[in-house]
Design a protein around this ligand. Structure first.
Ligand code: 3PY
Ligand code: MG
Length: 259
């Protein structure tokens, strides 16, 4: 049983941990119809972006509801400074949390504490929530389902995070790590130059560390072609573009043809 009233056929966490290739995209638009369009298109999961957007917790509830109708789970990406929102977001029915810029074992432990109930973490319990089926499940059922199905992803996107990837993996807090190439390129002093060895070298370090630890790895991809290349390298969680990037690209392409 899953923690939320969802049509999700096979729990995302099992698919992720099983090394299944998962195709995602980021959603930043506040209109849940946009997430619904993407869910209907067949993405394996939607990453709702609470770091680089105007989305609020209330928007996430609408996005989760829209995606539930298509059996598509929602993972919410947020900065570590917003870990206090994890309980509310999971109560809304989000399947997981993706924390940006994890740089230490302490960061990993804080993320785990924020998303899990005691004794694993410190999430507060209420069953008067979507996740608690508004009281239609017992506390015990909800706690068991949450522990089994809540997904936690940690982003590695700074020199500090790459240097600490071994200690982060050793915490076993995350179901997957996820490379943020843009921030990593800035952190390495090569903004936007993702192919520079100062950026590609650290990416290789993370690929090697996760492979030897047996932890699935994801990455943000600007295009389907990029995603294909990373898939060939064994990365399994492939987040391709964002709702707003896709809209902007389609709009510019149409204008380019007509002008
Ligand atoms: C980055 O590239 O920095 C990201 O966070 C992508 O999600
Ligand atoms: Mg980033």
């Amino acid at each position: 049983m899953t923690a939320v009233p969802t049509a999700e056929a096979r729990p995302l966490r099992a698919r992720l941990r099983g090394g299944e290739r998962l195709l995602a995209t980021f959603v930043k638009s506040r209109d849940a119809s946009v997430a619904e369009v993407l869910a209907a298109a067949g993405y394996d999961l939607i990453v709702a972006d609470l770091e680089h957007s105007a989305l609020s917790v209330g928007d996430i509830e609408g996005i989760v509801r829209a995606c539930d109708a298509h059996g598509v789970p929602v993972v919410v990406r947020l900065p570590a400074s917003a870990l206090g929102l994890c309980g509310q977001l999971l109560d809304c029915g989000a399947t997981g949390i993706q924390v940006s810029d994890v740089t230490s074992a302490q960061d990993a432990a804080a993320a785990r504490a924020a998303v899990h109930y005691p004794p694993v973490g410190s999430r507060s319990l209420s069953l008067a929530t979507r996740a608690g089926r508004f009281g239609a499940v017992s506390a015990g059922e909800h706690l068991t389902a949450s522990l089994q199905s809540t997904v936690l992803v940690g982003q590695i996107e700074s020199a500090e995070g790459v240097a600490a990837v071994g200690e982060i993996l050793a915490c076993d807090a995350f179901d997957a790590l996820f490379i943020g190439p843009s921030d990593l390129s800035v952190s390495m002093g090569r903004p936007g130059d993702l192919r520079h060895p100062d950026v590609s070298g650290p990416i290789e370090t993370v690929i090697a560390a996760t492979a030897s630890h047996g932890t699935p790895l994801g990455i943000f991809c600007g295009s389907a072609g990029e995603a294909r290349q990373w898939a060939e390298r064994g990365l399994t969680l492939l987040a391709v573009s964002t709702d707003l990037s896709m809209l902007g690209a389609a709009a510019r392409a149409a204008l380019g043809e007509l002008r």
